[in-house]
Design a binder for this molecule. Structure first.
Ligand code: ATP
Length: 285
């Protein structure tokens, strides 16, 4: 079927933002990622799920250039980034957060977010040294934008507080704000709700949806099934380096091999049903 056929039937086919094709990475003989193919359209919230050691973080590390692929290819908005360095990929609009929070020690909340914005600077080094009017204006704009982003992600703490002294949930939010300060088109999030309670996780889910509505493509590694089912539009479930199932989250989670691989035990698989009931309320449906 051609694009014209699709359009004439009113089917919208969004351009692909991140196209991962036959990606493979081996560490000391172990295939951490084994022939993985994942295609994420623009303006999508896509989850990568799977048990510990499934290869999820290694996939994100390759997309962001922190780990080089042994085989396969990664395209971002149609451009081959497979062999690019992290800063080159970042310049193409890919930002990320980490599983283990990486905030700069000794920096305030505001400084941390401003540090993210430095990738976007247009002022010259000479301008910075001489503190030219353009430099001063740019610094002011970065401060304003950083404050705006902190507000958007829901950090209520004083912006002068040292980032490392914040609660775990707030540190994760500061990380998201720092990533957003680079003006990304694609945001990769490694367990953004780890350590958060249900209310905080829900707020992150709503934020992701808001970002999607603003045009971002979001790829997140997430263990919170409730969040996945509520906010992810599609998922890839991985196990032992390979993709077991891809598609609509609820459908994927109902596949027997996914339940077995991801949750290991029947009793854990039952947890999915419990979470669904909780989400729908006492009336079910
Ligand atoms: N730099 C590395 N050197 C050696 N082995 C690695 C390296 N990075 C990852 N691995 C191994 O590759 C496999 C996949 O790891 P990865 O962190 O991608 O899994 P994951 O699905 O993100 O797991 P988790 O949910 O626990 O973070 C694991 O067996 C891990 O030990």
């Amino acid at each position: 079927m051609t694009a014209t056929d699709s359009e004439s039937r009113g089917v919208q086919t969004a351009p692909v933002a991140v196209d991962i094709s036959h990606l493979t990475k081996t560490f000391g003989g172990l295939a951490a990622v084994d022939d993985v193919t994942i295609s994420v359209p623009e303006r999508r919230i896509h989850g990568i799920l799977g048990p510990n050691g499934a290869g999820k973080t290694t996939v994100l590390n390759m997309v962001s250039g922190f780990v080089s692929a042994d085989a396969g290819r990664i395209d971002v908005f149609g451009e081959d980034v497979t062999r690019m360095k992290p800063f080159q990929i970042a310049r193409r609009g890919v930002a990320r957060t980490y599983q283990n929070i990486r905030l700069f020690p000794g920096m305030t909340v505001l400084e941390t977010v401003i540090a993210g914005a430095y990738l976007q600077r247009s002022s010259t080094i000479l301008g910075a040294i001489l503190l030219s009017p353009a430099e001063r204006r740019e610094r002011r704009e970065m401060r304003d934008r950083a404050a705006e982003l902190l507000e958007k992600v829901g950090v209520r703490a004083d912006h002068g507080t040292l980032a490392e002294t914040l609660s775990y949930g707030d540190q994760r939010r500061v990380e998201i704000a720092r990533a957003l300060a680079t003006n990304p088109r694609v945001l990769l999030l490694d367990e953004p709700t780890a350590g958060m309670n249900d209310v905080e996780s829900e707020a992150v889910g709503l934020l992701l949806r808001e970002l999607r509505d603003l045009g971002l493509t979001l790829i997140l590694i997430e263990h919170n099934m409730r969040l996945v089912e509520e906010f992810c539009e599609s998922v890839s479930v991985m196990n032992s380096g390979a993709v077991l199932a891809q598609g609509e989250p609820t459908w994927c989670l109902e596949q027997d091999d996914v339940k077995e691989a991801y949750f290991g035990k029947r009793s854990d698989a039952a947890r999915i049903a419990t979470l669904r009931r909780a989400r729908r309320g006492p009336g079910g449906a």
